[in-house]
Write a protein that binds this ligand. Structure first.
Ligand code: NAP
Length: 434
């Protein structure tokens, strides 16, 4: 029997487990370890609550977990309850599928002011991540600046712009919905340091902005190259740019919507100012250099705002003893191999890019590498050894069956029309399974 430990129960972790089931059949035992008592990582706490169809992929992961040879071991912090080295002693292969839950740092003066929030915290807040349930973002100002032109920036802008009724059918947590209902935000500015042809927003997500109940997206046609240049873009990008252009064309039709979502292109934040809390952001106009990078022009303008949310990408937190690539914010690896017996997959391997589905080929590739490396030599002890260690240390784990009870309780306490009301306290999650 091969023994594999996967750390992290998000998409990369579950696709790797599914691949191991398919590759090794009954000759494998996989333990998926997670810090939280609840599985699915980014699907639960990253994917926007109003994108339920994307979240539905968790049904596929559930199927993987219903196989006898895959086990969810929740409520375990690797590095505290057990070390990576101990797991390596117990399992034939240890796979780090820890994602990239930390924000890439916004390195401009004033980024430590009250009201500057990273997307990990803001997204975690509206998605009920226990670490961010008490964020209380300042929604009392009329104006918010969002830094970045990726899909996370779009998610954040959309969530800030929606009305209560537009959250029907979503699983946005009650505390966030209550606070958003009282929001005073009327102007959301998306600051992109490059132009419309350099956005990292996908068409479906961008298209949604054009159909909001009370918000209208605004672009400046002078930021766009000639329309003929769109033909050179790859098809997905061309569609996104067509959506952006349509925002201008439809500006008159959307005029009566009170909340503005302004796209400021060629706009590089250089400083955030305020007396203890955010009052304004200073932006430098940019132009593209010959390598299509943004270069400051020296021309500056100010935006008054009470909150700045930086959506500029994520990093994988380092783990002591595991080689790490600081520049790229991920584990140092060659095609997922870190050290003998130690692997990484998903965002922890390649950095925070791609869709949920990108993790599937990643998971299958890492299992191929494991199969090649561990061959048919002696096997390690696996989960029996882990259980013994946890018993000795008094570590209280949560099983998949426990999770199903927690899930049932979350469904039972849902507000009308919502699929669930998530527990945001770890103690409440654990109590719900008892
Ligand atoms: P992203 O796609 O990498 O976008 C990051 C954005 O931040 C880029 O516009 C980048 O501009 C900008 N940026 C980076 N550093 C900056 C700085 N110092 N100052 C100003 N701007 C800066 O990252 P993301 O939005 O966090 O998304 C992560 C991944 O999750 C992506 O693959 C995304 O597609 C995916 N995702 C998908 C969905 C969905 O499918 N619905 C939803 C959310 C996230 P430059 O281009 O100039 O570097």
């Amino acid at each position: 029997m091969r023994h594999i430990a996967i750390i992290g129960s998000g998409p990369a972790g579950y696709y790797s487990a599914e691949a191991a089931q398919k590759k090794f059949g009954d000759d494998v035992a996989v333990d998926i370890i997670d810090r939280l008592p609840v599985p699915f990582g980014l699907i639960r706490t990253g994917v926007a609550p109003d994108h339920q169809s994307i979240k539905a992929v968790s049904r596929r992961y559930e199927k993987t977990n219903l196989g006898e040879n895959v086990r969810f071991v929740g409520n375990v912090t690797v590095g505290e309850d057990v070390s990576v080295a101990e797991l390596q002693d117990l399992y034939d292969a240890v796979v780090l599928a820890t994602g990239a839950p930390h924000d890439r740092k916004l390195e401009i003066p004033g980024s430590d002011l009250d009201g500057v929030i990273g997307s990990a915290a803001f997204v975690g807040w509206y998605n009920g991540h226990p670490d961010f349930k008490d964020l209380n973002p300042p929604l009392d100002g009329r104006s918010v600046a969002i830094i970045g032109n990726g899909n996370v920036a779009l998610d954040v802008a959309r969530i800030l712009a929606k009305t209560e009724s537009e959250f029907a059918g979503s699983d946005i947590v009650g505390h966030a919905l209550d606070q958003l209902k009282e929001s005073k935000v009327q102007k959301i500015t998306l600051l992109g340091r490059r132009g419309p042809h350099q956005i990292a927003m996908t068409p479906k997500e961008l298209g949604e902005l054009g159909h909001l109940e009370r918000a209208r997206p605004l672009v400046d046609p002078l930021d766009f190259p000639d329309e003929g240049a769109d033909a050179l873009l790859e098809p997905g990008m061309r569609k996104s740019v067509t959506h952006l252009r349509s925002f201008y064309e439809r500006a008159g039709e959307l005029l009566d919507k009170p909340v503005k979502i302004d796209f400021d292109f060629f706009a590089m934040p250089v400083e955030i100012q305020g007396d203890g809390k955010v009052e304004k952001i200073i932006v430098e106009k940019t132009a593209l250099d010959k390598d299509m990078r943004s270069a400051g022009t020296g021309e500056r303008y100010e935006l008054d705002c009470r909150m700045v949310i930086s959506c500029i990408g994520y990093r994988t937190p380092p783990i002591e003893g595991v080689p790490y690539e600081h520049g790229r914010g991920r584990f140092a690896n060659t095609d997922g191999r870190i050290l003998p017996g130690l692997y990484c997959v998903g965002w922890a391997r390649r950095g925070p890019s791609g869709t949920i589905g990108t993790n599937k080929p990643d998971g299958f590739a890492i299992v191929d590498a494991i199969a090649e490396d561990i061959g048919s030599g002696d096997r390690k002890e696996g989960r029996k050894g882990l259980d013994r260690l946890f018993e000795k240390r008094g570590v209280e784990t949560v099983t998949f069956r426990d999770w199903k009870k927690i899930e049932e309780a979350e469904i039972a306490r849902a507000r009308e029309g919502s699929p669930r009301e998530k527990f945001t306290d770890i103690a409440d999650m654990i109590a719900a399974r008892d």
